[in-house]
Write a protein of this length. Sequence first.
Length: 406
Amino acid sequence: MKSDLPVIIVGGGPAGMVAGLLFARAGVHVTVLEKHADFLRDFRGDTVHPSTLELFNEIGLLGDLLKEPHAAIDTMTLNLMGERFTIATMKHLPVAARFVAMMPQWDLLDFIAGQGKRYPTFDLRMSTEATGLTHDDAGRVSGVMLANGETLSARLVIAADGRRSVLRDAGELPLEDLGAPMDVLWFRVPVPAGTDMSDVALGTIDKGGMVVVIPRGDYWQCAQIIEKGGFAPIEARGIGAFRERIVAIVPGLAAGIDAIASLDDVKLLSVALDRLTRWSRPGLLAIGDAAHAMSPVGGVGINLAVQDAVAAANILAAPLAGGADPDPLLARVQDRRWTPTTRMQAIQRFAHQRVIEPVLRGEITRVPLAVRLLDTIPLLRRIPGRILGLGFGRQHVQSPLAKEFS
Ligand SMILES: Cc1cc2nc3c(=O)[nH]c(=O)nc-3n(C[C@H](O)[C@H](O)[C@H](O)COP(=O)(O)OP(=O)(O)OC[C@H]3O[C@@H](n4cnc5c(N)ncnc54)[C@H](O)[C@@H]3O)c2cc1C
């Protein structure tokens, strides 16, 4: 392993881009490979949670990040069977930004790319897809193979290529599938001029259905939760029935719903919940969804992915900048992130089994006591607010800013 080779990070999502930025600012040469030509894809979570905002605060970039267009949400509401309930608040959190910034993820990633480019150690290659790994004579991972037939050598490969990671398969890292009972239908509904956006709650559970509505300026990004494999019957019933069903669950979408011209405008997103039981092998480390695919429940996946990136940089950046062999340190990243990840996945599984499955089976016929308690006792709302906002095992940036950049 030559210490003049770059660290190659595969995947320009939240995990890969934050890791790239932190390694580069510590003086480690990184090459981030992203298979798409830009970050402008429709399916991206939009939530930047307080703990992620705090990381940007720690590296002096929070003010600039918050200049990007966003909506700040410090209180979570839920429409349940026609009534609105307040179920979480973040106003008390001990951080600089006590809210979730609802920011299209392509804006967040563009912002990080722009910051990374300030460092000569940061090399972002768009339209560059990794297809596999290369190994040296001792079997250590030594680089990546690209779709164009080239190979790139690396002193360390970081797989941040998301929940369908090619590299975790190529690295034969063992996967535990936890299962998920639902899929998501992802579509946009325009917001008619003059509409009060607060008329539509972030989450609605009603009439045996569940829809999440994310405000994105002149349109709502909507996610309907359906049972796994449930799209075929929806397709068979056609676009008219689909529109009626959505409006029955969220009446506030009625004025814009006809803009969904056909079911071609509705994307089926498959939900997965899984984790690697080993995140690394010599020369290779998996982080983010590649190490543990998160369900959309709670919108915490981006947060966990970013926290993994910070942990990886905290543990590896200074030794790499000093020319050390990273292999003996790789398992420490998993050690640090395992409990926060499995706790959050346990909460997501609980929500799958105790909320989503009963909702989809039409079994929730009255408002659960827990929801009523959260709504009536403001202090109680701080608990879900803290879990959603800061997660477990929060990381602080400890990776250094290289002397030449300070
Ligand atoms: C329907 C749905 C909605 C969700 N909504 C939210 C939400 O609102 N908030 C939230 O926090 N989380 C949400 N999540 C979870 C969240 O999307 C993930 O947890 C998060 O994106 C993980 O970040 P990541 O960087 O690990 O992976 P990703 O965001 O998946 O990024 C991986 C990147 O790698 C690139 N890539 C993949 N393969 C290759 C390759 N071979 N070569 C080069 N590049 C490659 C991809 O193009 C992508 O840019 C949602 C999940 C689902 C399924």
